[in-house]
Design a protein around this ligand. Structure first.
Ligand code: GDP
Length: 457
């Protein structure tokens, strides 16, 4: 069976968690792997077990009926204390608050026995968070609004060969020696204000050893495990965090990117799974665009329509607020040039189009079909970030459908205006839409299976 790679097509928060949760139920993989990022990611998943927020654990965790292992890949950077809390919450969920109009009953416990962590994954150390806060302060006005989880400095240390890995936790003496080098080195980098907040070296060591003792049953040679699964022809799902436009190489570098590889290519790197020509590569796109943090956002809207979108998203149980940070997300109109760029980088074989129900009440939808840069018309964003800032979207206005689509389960039953909108998107991007999200719950989806819109409409 082919490997299925699930990638955010935009700036993250596209609904990848919900897509993976649904996909796992349909495709029944034996392994679901998160391959990049760490606690900075936040996937919200709502299903019959309740409503959950995942930061490290893959969204395939919610299918206890399947024999599947959830892997935290070697491309991840892990905050062990945070992960421990996340595993605990999955096993001991808080009762869900009833939120109208979506009412969720008491959350059920999820077994985390099958969660395995790559020995190659790196650890977010206490100094990483402090270094990140210090760097943001030093940037002043030019701050990039990081999530403050220490992810960037952790990846920098990985590249600089100063990292601590999961496998180091298996060797206490070597770990102590590593800390003997790293602790003074990082203390030296911190200014007084932040230095004062760093726990002592001994405290850090003891905390690591105690977390390792508790979590050691989850540590595994996941690369070998995945290679075996692949050799046996098992289905593997590779789940990305953040989105293509935040990729450390292909995003808007510098500085409006995350520190990891968020694209299809990062999926192979960060899991150890071999690419194959028949892999399914699913680009997840929200029906509009959102963005957290700083940086150019050509189709951003701050007017009435944006407010209408925000209200509707909130009413539909998926407010545009960061899962990890709680920060409001900026919202904007659908952007074909950006999506086309994303398609060019990843080569998506299909698209999962989410949150179309959030557009239900708009009378008009402005779709950016190209950019204007001076007198030039561009079909994809320019590489130069200064030019990108100066791009003006060229919009095509499409009529809205002004109809509740959340109960629709067949493409044929969708309003004509929505069909035209979906067709316009897939033609513009150059990949077929196979999944249409019409709500946050598992069953609120239109699955086209092997077919595509063109063959149905
Ligand atoms: P991720 O990080 O890409 O998984 O995205 P987030 O979890 O940050 O945000 C996506 C939000 O949208 C979550 O609250 C999902 O439950 C919700 N969601 C996913 N698909 C749909 C959909 O089709 N319609 C609506 N209304 N919400 C959705």
């Amino acid at each position: 069976m082919p490997t299925i790679v699930v990638i955010g097509g935009q700036w993250g928060d596209e609904g990848k968690g919900a897509v993976v949760d649904r996909l796992v139920g349909m495709e029944k993989p034996t392994k679901v792997v998160r391959f990049n990022g760490g606690g900075n990611a936040g996937h919200t998943v709502k299903n019959e077990l309740g409503e959950f927020r995942l930061h490290h654990v893959p969204s395939g965790i919610f299918h206890p009926e399947l024999k599947r292992t959830c892997v935290l890949g070697g491309g991840m950077v892990i905050d062990l204390a945070k992960l421990q809390g996340e595993l605990f919450e999955l096993e001991n969920p808080k009762p869900a608050v009833e939120v109208e109009p979506r009412v969720f009953k008491v959350n059920k416990a999820v077994s985390v026995e099958d969660v395995k962590i790559s020995l190659l994954a790196h650890l977010v150390m206490p100094w990483h968070r402090l270094l990140e806060a210090q760097e943001e302060e030093m940037r002043g006005e030019a701050r990039i609004a990081t999530t403050g989880q220490g992810i960037g400095p952790c990846y920098s240390d990985r590249a600089g060969r100063r990292g601590v890995q999961i496998r180091d936790l298996n060797h206490e003496t070597a770990l102590k020696e590593k800390l003997n080098l790293l602790y003074p080195y990082n203390l030296g980098k911190l200014r007084e204000k932040y230095r004062a907040q760093l726990p002592s070296q001994e405290m850090i060591l003891q905390e690591l050893l105690s977390l390792a003792e508790e979590l050691k049953g989850h540590f595994a040679d996941t690369e070998e495990m995945l290679a075996e699964a692949q050799n046996k022809g098992e289905t593997i799902v590779l789940e990305g965090a953040q989105g293509t436009l935040l990729d450390v190489d292909y995003g808007l570098y510098p500085p409006f990117v995350t520190s990891s590889h968020t694209t299809r290519w990062g999926a192979y790197l960060g899991s150890g799974v071999k690419p194959a020509s028949d892999d399914r590569v699913i680009g997840v796109f929200k029906a509009y665009v959102t963005r957290v943090g700083e940086g150019p956002f050509p189709t951003e809207d701050t007017g009435e329509a944006a407010q209408q979108l925000r209200n509707r998203a909130k009413d539909r149980g998926s407010a545009e607020v960061g899962t990890t940070t709680g920060r409001p997300r900026k919202v904007g109109w659908p952007d074909i040039p950006l999506a086309r760029y994303s398609q060019r980088i990843n080569g998506f074989t299909e698209i999962a189009f989410t949150k179309t129900d959030v557009l239900d009440e708009l009378e008009k939808i402005k779709v950016a079909v190209a950019y204007r840069l001076g007198r030039k018309s561009l079909s994809i964003p320019p590489r130069d970030i200064g030019d990108f800032r100066n791009c003006e979207p060229r919009y095509s206005d499409m009529p809205g459908w002004c109809e509740d689509t959340s109960k629709k389960r067949r493409v044929q039953d969708l309003p004509e205006e929505m069909k035209a909108f979906l067709r316009g998107f897939e033609t513009g991007v150059g990949a077929p839409i196979h999944l249409i999200g019409v709500g946050p719950k598992r069953e609120e989806v239109i699955d086209l299976g092997e077919r595509n819109l063109g063959s149905i409409l």
